[in-house]
Design a protein around this ligand. Structure first.
Ligand SMILES: [Fe+2]
Ligand SMILES: [Fe+2]
Length: 256
């Protein structure tokens, strides 16, 4: 097993570890600005591999910020290992995440972010966008790097399997296939609206946590993803006693 690190746009690096037993990839993103930021810490067991890969670009001790989309092992598991390795580093996540988990569990106080807050990293700036319960967890949020218009969309558009660093392949089909398998998204009346709100940022790059980085125009893809969840919610509401309306919905058209 190895963590592969590749530059996906100027001074932004994708670190990817494929776990064959699970047929699943876990990514982190390093924004190598004056104040370097790592988005997603990764699981504790992967810390040696991931930190070794980061060190190919910057000394780990230079990390200034750690951030993650929500509190789960693959997003936040090795938080304190990073805080130990980088004495200047601080966790920057949403106020809900601080309140629920980070204030208590991080070895140093975090920097709480409210929706729309910007961290100036020096040469790059990231805006925090709160997405409660989207795709899951109350503390959910994403980061938007404004100089490259890169949306670090976390678990949105999650794909199964091993993926290249960059892709132009279909986003929706693989995301719905993974949704059929995992049922990882919290279907609520706000799910589609929250995803549509991300589309208004007009991202030109999508950086998936479990999948590749895409370059292009993604307003439509985000609207389509929102449509898929709106239809799934409607289906669940129509058949409240059956999970079959949600899981294993077959080909892509019926999966909508
Ligand atoms: Fe997650
Ligand atoms: Fe994840």
């Amino acid at each position: 097993m190895e963590t592969v690190i590749e530059e996906v746009t100027t001074r932004i690096y994708r670190l990817s570890t494929y776990i064959s037993d699970a047929d699943f990839s876990f990514n982190q993103y390093l924004i190598a600005a004056e104040q370097p930021l790592l988005f997603h810490c990764g699981m504790r067991g992967l810390f040696p591999l991931i930190s070794h890969a980061v060190a190919k670009v910057i000394p780990v001790a230079r990390l200034r910020w750690l951030s993650f989309g929500h509190w789960e092992a693959d997003e936040s598991g090795s938080m304190n290992e990073w805080l130990t390795a980088a004495s200047q580093a601080q966790v920057a996540v949403g106020t809900v995440g601080c309140m629920l988990s980070v204030n208590d569990l991080a070895m140093r106080p975090p920097q709480p972010l409210t929706d729309g807050d910007v961290l100036d990293l020096g040469g790059k700036h990231v805006r925090y966008l709160a997405t409660p319960h989207v795709p899951h967890c109350w503390d959910a949020g994403v980061l938007f790097e404004e100089t490259t218009q890169t949306l670090f969309c976390g678990d949105l558009f999650t794909q199964i399997g091993k993926s290249p660093a960059l892709s132009t392949a279909d986003l929706i089909g693989p995301a719905m296939a993974a949704e059929d398998q995992f049922g990882a998204t919290a279907l609520t009346p706000q799910t589609a609206a929250t995803i549509r709100r991300l589309a208004t940022r007009h991202p030109k790059q999508l950086a998936l946590m479990h999948g590749p980085v895409y370059h292009g125009e993604f307003e439509n893809a985000l609207q389509q993803l929102a449509d898929c969840y709106a239809v799934r919610l409607q289906r669940v509401q129509s058949y409240p006693d059956s999970t079959s309306a949600y899981f294993h919905t077959g080909d892509r058209s019926s999966a909508l």
